[in-house]
Design a protein. Sequence first.
Length: 292
Amino acid sequence: MTTASPALPPILDHADALLARYDVVFCDVWGVVHDGRTAYAEGCAALARFRKRGGTVILVTNAPRAADAVARILAEKHVPDAAWDAIVSSGEITRAHVAHAGYEAVHHIGPDRDLDLFETITARRVSLADADAIVATGLVHDTRETGEDYRGPLAPARARGLELVCANPDLVVDVGGTMLPCAGAIAAVYEAMGGPVYWAGKPFRPAYEMAHASAQTLRQADVPLARILAIGDAVRTDIAGASNFGIDSLFIGQGIHREQVLDAHHRLIPDRLARLLSGDAPRPVAAMAALA
């Protein structure tokens, strides 16, 4: 069944016909492929089916981890290898930017679980006083802190004009039904303070440029933007980023906007979806409660 109105993208029950229009999918991870704890079986099956029919799936994630670390996490959450071809992560973009900028010493803000990222970054981890730049992968205590808790500690960095490399531009993430703040919340505060921020991920172009290059390498051919579909659950990152890059997008409602757009039966509510996508919000070509 498909539901649509002039102010609303088509609401789909199944994505087969839509996916058949594309050669490549740039797919978000959290909210589409898994919920932070376990895989969405139907979403993974849809991606595997797309690949079996000749499509290429690039997972584009704002995870502040190297691609091989993301792959290990996906396996732990029972996401099948058949659902994807390659991974573009904010961690990979961060690594490339730190190298390109020539930073030799960086101060890490984030939990210890993200330390594996620094095994792939050439810059040393140092105290804030000795740093050339900051790499923020997340909040140290994301269950009890907000971005505002970092305003005071970041004041010396702002005074020195240190760049903050945001290795996860998401503001919040859905972890098994609980919304937790991400590094983007810290970066937003620092930017509001007047500090320079490099956003290493969606909705910014470097993520899509890296994903596009990966798809063309895998397919050994040029891939027109018209043959790429982005799939994601966040209007600010996934849908806006796709629009800015010039590719179509499919909105998934079960992620961070679920309280705004889903009813008690896990169905999209057209009026609420229309409000979410009103004004200057980017418009996806279709919407689904969950990828299937």
